[in-house]
Design a protein. Structure first.
Length: 388
């Protein structure tokens, strides 16, 4: 039977409220859905001592952008504009003949030829050869490729920054000038694949911008009116906070980096959204893609796409999960079959088709590490316990 128990929902509300405070999470929106039943909690304030959070408040969803980018890419696959196994050189000549570092921490001129071409599936599964690896953040000195990516202002290794990156074509040119960190198909490397997909989708669709493709293929058909790369209505956008030894500090104000349209529309981590827009995305996936994807496209997005060798060493990012297309998938344990992805600026997105459960949590507190903080894991656990 779908739905929630009254006692379970009361407990969930209490747990959500226990995380809200001026030095914890200033505000949040938490939504759970099962069958036709939807329950949402809007708690706290958009900023410390600021206006109260509403159900339609806007939050920077950071990497929860990735499943949306996966969906629009698969919509183009369904339409025949892209093919999963096709080399990307047709649309991305910048990646037509990449060089590959002999080791991820090697100097930029210590390279070999790529053993094969990069495919659309490689980008979707984050195995095309470039992105974040846990080891780079543990190195005593920065890897040369990290330094080069920073100097190129790609905003791809580290938190999103819509003010830094150049326009999409220049961004692609700068990325293409760098060597890959691994052979195509060899390793799961986080983040950059979804950024490249934004450029790929715009070019494949012949659109003026990536957001135009998003809006026509996903956002408008699903009624996701508030999802965008900028939030010009500052009054609805939460202030982002980071934790420091002196307490919470403003990381980005409401009229900051997400207040105007960026030069580079970041398909990995650039969107702002609302809890009900993300509910529409989740329900589309649960409904087998209707009205924007085929069931086959959803099946591809939500199944494990990685070998153990590809995901080895990335447990700090993935935890116990593996990876589908632009989102994680749970492959074992009590939540096997669930999928979704989180955002390091304060969001989490979980869809469990086996147990008919959706859990979405939006906050404005930047995570302290790569794994979800307790406000997200506690609310998810309470949602499972609240199921009838």
């Amino acid at each position: 039977m779908s739905g929630f128990s009254a006692d379970g929902l009361q407990r969930l509300a209490e747990i959500a409220a226990s995380h809200v405070g001026a030095q914890m999470v200033p505000g949040l929106v938490a939504l759970v859905a099962s069958g036709d039943e939807v329950h949402a909690e809007a708690l706290g304030s958009l900023s410390v001592d600021g206006p109260v959070v509403q159900r339609d408040s806007l939050f920077r969803i950071a990497s929860t952008t990735k499943p949306i980018t996966g969906a629009v890419t698969m919509a183009l696959v369904d339409d025949g504009l892209l093919t999963l196994e096709a080399p990307v050189r047709r649309w991305l000549p910048e990646l037509a003949a990449p060089r590959v570092l002999t080791r991820m921490d090697a100097s930029l001129d210590d390279t070999v030829e790529a053993q094969r071409e990069i495919t659309v599936r490689d980008l979707l599964s984050f195995t095309f050869g470039f992105g974040m690896h846990v080891e780079m953040f543990m190195a005593e000195t920065p890897w040369p490729i990290m330094v080069a990516a920073s100097e190129a202002q790609l905003a791809t290794i580290g938190p999103p920054d819509p003010k830094t990156a150049p326009d999409a074509d220049e961004w692609m040119k700068r990325l293409g000038a760098l060597p890959l960190m691994a052979q195509p198909g060899e390793r799961w490397l986080y983040n950059t694949g979804a950024q490249v997909l934004g450029v790929l989708c715009r070019r494949a669709a012949g659109a003026a911008s990536y957001e135009d493709v998003l809006r026509s293929r996903i956002l408008t058909p699903l009624g996701m009116r508030d999802t965008s790369f900028a939030a010009p209505d500052h009054a609805r956008l939460a202030t982002a906070y980071a934790n420091t030894p002196d307490g919470l500090t403003v990381w980005d104000p409401a009229d900051g980096r997400w207040s105007r349209r960026p030069a580079f529309e970041d398909g990995a981590a650039g969107l702002v959204s609302t809890v009900d827009d993300l509910l529409a995305l989740a329900r589309m996936l649960l409904d087998g893609g209707d009205p924007v994807l085929t069931p086959g496209a959803v099946a591809q997005m939500t199944r494990d796409q990685l070998t153990p060798e590809q995901r080895a060493g990335q447990e700090m990012f993935l935890g116990e999960r593996s990876w589908g297309l632009c989102q994680s998938v749970v492959v074992s344990g009590d939540r096997a079959g669930a999928y979704g992805w989180d955002g390091g600026l304060g969001s989490s997105f979980l869809v469990d088709p086996v147990r008919d459960l959706i859990v979405i949590v939006l906050t404005q507190r930047v995570w302290d590490g790569p794994q979800p903080p307790a406000v997200h894991t506690d609310i998810q656990a309470a949602a499972y316990q609240a199921l009838r």
